[in-house]
Design a protein around this ligand. Structure first.
Ligand code: G1P
Ligand code: ZN
Length: 543
């Protein structure tokens, strides 16, 4: 087997976004495109000779081909061993778990998360560092800088390796170990949660439905929910991972997980519903005909954490991304622990967890997790909820209502305008930046502007600074509007508007979030000039 050095030209568009490099499959299929990025990773991370790497993806279209390329490049770049998920598949939290458990020199995860897959769908790749978490900005910036300079890459000339059975094989002197993706992860879950109590809950007739959306969590959910916790067969739906997610959009929200939503809001509904996304790091939590917003979910997990064995000693602190509602802040305050506000994207939580400053983290975008790994974790959130439900013996809805009664309710919604022309979306953001001076102190209907700024963050652990993280308009009563451009899309621009109003009055709690936020929605549209600048009347997705 020979190592070949292949001359190449840089691509100019390999800048990682909120979570790695995401592009359409045909972009990745261009000659040298994937190879250039992988070599840029290897050139930037200074792995010692014979290091071990973890490798796996969410199983979407092009996963298998990409895994073979990366294995051959790893062999040519001096890695000694690669742990690969069976079939080339690993959920993102499982990859994080394996990196940590086996102390590897990080890992490469192939995923475009919740974006649709298939030959015309999306593909993605990211490097996770040795703590199991997404590479911080200084690493992704180094990879991008390298991708603009690259002139050659190294690859082993060899036949493809079979990834469908467990075991070790040799690839040009490098060991390729195909591992069972589920075992390590299921063991970790069993160490955190009271499986016996959850088993009792389910044996007592509490019915659950988990939608794996034909994405990566199917095998994990079947093993844990159906085999280890004895949920009846069929409790996990769409359990078979498919390269195109059964033509679906594997994003667990009220719009894209409509099959589950119809069941949970229908007749004879189960007591609990949940879904996870393409790569298994997101979660949606539902009660019988009841939706738990991700921001509330984080707050409720925090408030009830001591009911769960893995968190029985309490939390060091909580972190939430800036656009996430302040519901968790109220719990942190009541518990007397710190709450950190970080930019969007899981990579900002890693330092806080490594330094022992926080235990739970969350984002409004259906992401919740803890320091058990360094990624958000969909099934973990589901098990956390089931453990709380088993301990409290109340319905999901009752738990949420009690929470609101105690802490007040941060009424919350996010409006996404997807697929906008990039110029128009940038124009909206530029216009908002230009309006800060004028908006300051202004009264808009019932709301008075307290501050407006562009969010920036100084990492309290390493002092690194991240600027331009989204426009915030805060009002004197604690309400807030945030505008941000997505960093995960592959087509045009997506503009997100995050709306939040605080309602302490329990009597008003069965209120409809959209109705309660209607005045703020009107203000957001007015001050951003979104409709005239983009020609869009309505958001594409409301969560
Ligand atoms: C989105 C979410 C963000 C999440 C990321 C990866 O990023 O908003 O919270 O971390 O996906 O799952 P965005 O498209 O907004 O940049
Ligand atoms: Zn994801």
């Amino acid at each position: 087997m020979t190592i070949r050095t292949i001359p190449t030209q840089p691509f100019t568009d390999q800048k990682p976004g909120t979570s790695g490099l995401r592009k359409r499959v045909p972009v990745f299929q261009q000659a040298h495109y994937l190879e250039n990025f992988v070599q840029s990773i290897f050139d930037s991370i200074s792995a010692p000779a014979n290091a071990t790497l973890v490798l796996g993806g969410d199983g979407r279209y092009y996963n298998r081909e990409a895994i073979q390329v990366i294995l051959k490049m790893a062999a040519a770049n001096g890695f000694g061993r690669v742990l690969v998920g069976k079939g080339g598949i690993l959920s993102t939290p499982a990859a994080s778990c394996v990196i940590r458990k086996h102390k590897t020199y990080g890992g490469i995860i192939l995923s475009a998360s919740h974006n649709p897959g298939g030959p015309e769908g999306d593909f993605g790749i990211k490097y996770n560092v040795t703590n199991g978490g997404p590479a911080p900005e200084k690493v992704t910036e180094a990879i991008f800088a390298r991708s603009k300079q690259i002139s050659e890459y190294r690859i082993l000339e060899a036949a493809d390796i079979s990834l469908d059975s467990l075991g070790v094989s040799d690839l040009g002197g490098m060991q390729v170990e195909v591992i069972d993706p589920v075992t390590d992860y299921a063991d970790l879950m069993a160490s955190l949660f009271d499986f016996a109590a959850i088993r009792d809950l389910l044996a007592g007739g509490f019915r659950i439905k988990f939608d794996a959306m034909h994405a990566v969590t199917g095998p994990y959910a079947r093993e844990i929910l159906e085999r280890q916790l004895n949920a009846p067969a069929g409790s996990v739906m769409n359990a078979e991972p498919l390269p195109d997610f059964g033509n679906g959009h594997p994003d667990p929200n009220l719009t894209y997980a409509h099959e589950l939503v119809d069941i949970v809001y229908g007749e004879n509904a189960p007591d609990f519903g949940a879904a996870s996304d393409g790569d298994g790091d997101r979660n949606m939590i539902l009660g019988k005909g009841f939706f738990v917003t991700p921001s509330d979910s984080l707050a409720i997990l925090a408030a009830n954490a001591t009911l769960v064995p893995g968190y029985k000693n309490g939390l060091a602190g909580i972190a939430r991304s800036m656009p996430t509602s302040a519901a968790a802040d109220r719990v942190a305050q009541a518990l007397g622990i710190p709450c950190y506000e970080t930019p969007t994207g899981w990579k900002f939580f890693g330092n806080l967890m490594d330094a022992g400053k926080v235990t739970l983290c969350g984002e409004e975008s259906f992401g919740t997790g803890s320091d058990h790994v360094r990624e958000k974790d969909g099934l973990w959130a589901v098990l956390f909820w089931l453990n709380i439900l088993a301990a409290r013996k109340q319905s999901v809805e009752a738990i949420v209502y009690e929470h609101w009664a105690k802490y007040g309710r941060n009424v919350y919604s996010r409006h996404d305008y997807e697929g906008l022309p990039t110029d128009a979306a940038n124009g909206v953001m530029k216009h908002l930046h230009g309006s800060f001076a004028n908006l300051q102190g202004q009264t808009l209907g019932n709301y008075k502007v307290l501050f407006c700024d562009d969010f920036s963050y100084i990492d309290p652990v390493d002092g690194s600074i991240s600027t331009g993280q989204g426009v915030r308009i805060g009002f004197t009563d604690g309400s807030r509007i945030v505008f941000r451009l997505s960093g995960t899309g592959t087509e045009g621009a997506t503009l997100r508007i995050y709306l939040e109003a605080f309602e302490p009055d329990v009597a008003k709690h069965p209120l409809d979030a959209q109705a309660a936020l209607s005045e703020l929605i009107g203000i957001a549209l007015q001050i951003s000039e979104l409709r005239t600048r983009t020609g869009r009347e309505q958001p594409t997705v409301i969560t």
